[in-house]
Write a protein that binds this ligand. Structure first.
Ligand SMILES: [Mn+2]
Length: 333
């Protein structure tokens, strides 16, 4: 690794490493969200503009992507290692820990790793770690990096990063939203983002099957801990009855979190043959007095204090018992 004076910030250090190297493979966490994909595409375009050899990688199982993200131009994403993998620096984006990319040839120690992320529980697994916990999203960090690298923010770069901003901040409404977030958004809009078009592509191309699935999920909400924990369980039968695909559960949890008196919302869903585990659990904390990332970590997952998740083979009843116990333990009696 290049050495810089100690006064260099993590941002400067990461920028210097990106500047000093030529070949990269960029990747983002499994089950990618808007921030993972926007950061991946945005940094890829920045590096390409700087004359670097950059490839993007996501496992084949992630495709097709959730419908809301299919408009992103990600046709060039690799699903296998490139022939010259040994010569590439791996950049992990939006990954709190290295297990969020469960791909052995990427994580076996054969490549230098640059870790760019904003999760508070990031394990700093990289050779270079740029972990900005105060950043609203990884895309915001990528934007700061792009400026430092002297890249021109093209409409394509701006549009990709804007997707990360919008989705990770709940359309600029979550507590991670601050003045800097809005300033970055303003810069991106100046650089050519079509705000209305992005909004409609993300939120208004909803297939009717998804609403039918949401309807069943809302119908089946169950409540625990005096209404402080609400849970919805989406089974394989729900997918079959509605014709919806598993990725159509994206965003459903926000409905649960919005219920009055709720501290923690949980959506449990069967993965069928799509996952390594039987089901996946998404968690959201509404008021922030429960740290759901701590609950997720008990089961090998992770995330943010207000948004986290984990995969599990536990059955529904055991899961509810576990969640209720964890939520009660964190709330004052
Ligand atoms: Mn993120």
């Amino acid at each position: 690794m290049n050495s810089l004076p100690d006064i260099a910030t993590d941002l400067e250090r990461a920028a210097a490493e990106l500047q000093g190297r030529e070949r990269f493979l960029l990747t983002a966490h499994e089950g990618p969200d808007g921030d993972a994909l926007g950061s991946l595409l945005g940094l890829h375009k920045v590096l390409a503009q700087l004359g670097k050899d950059s490839v993007m990688f996501m496992a084949a199982k992630e495709f097709p992507l959730p419908i809301e993200y299919r408009f992103l131009p990600l046709e060039e994403v690799f699903h296998e290692p490139p022939a010259d993998m040994a010569d590439r620096t791996v950049v992990f984006l939006d990954c709190g820990n290295i297990d969020r990319v469960p791909v052995e040839w990427l994580t076996d120690g054969g490549n230098d790793i640059i870790n760019i992320d904003h999760h508070h529980d990031n394990t700093r697994f990289g050779d270079v770690n740029l972990v900005e916990v105060g950043a609203s999203c990884t895309a915001e960090i990528v934007y700061d990096l792009a400026l430092l690298l002297g890249a021109k923010i093209t409409p394509e770069i701006a549009s990709a990063l804007y997707v990360g901003l919008i989705t990770d901040t709940g359309k600029f409404m979550y507590e991670n939203t601050n003045a800097h977030t809005h300033r970055v958004a303003a810069d991106l809009i100046d650089a050519g983002v079509n705000v209305d078009d992005t909004y409609r592509r993300l939120y208004e191309h909803v297939p009717i099957e998804k609403l039918r699935l949401v309807s069943r999920a809302l119908d089946g909400i169950s409540s625990y801990c005096d209404g402080k924990l609400v849970v919805s369980y989406i089974t394989t039968a729900d997918y079959e009855a509605t014709g919806a695909a598993e990725e159509m559960t994206e965003g459903l949890i926000d409905n649960l979190r919005s219920i009055e008196g709720v501290k923690v919302a949980a959506v449990i869903r069967d993965l069928g043959d799509r996952g390594r585990s039987a089901r996946k659990v998404s968690l959201r904390s509404s008021a922030g007095d429960v740290d759901v990332s701590a609950i997720a970590r008990v089961n090998g997952g992770g995330g943010h204090k207000r948004a986290a998740g984990f995969s599990t083979d536990l059955e529904f009843e055991q899961l509810v018992e576990f969640l209720a116990g964890e939520v009660s333990a964190q709330l004052p009696a």
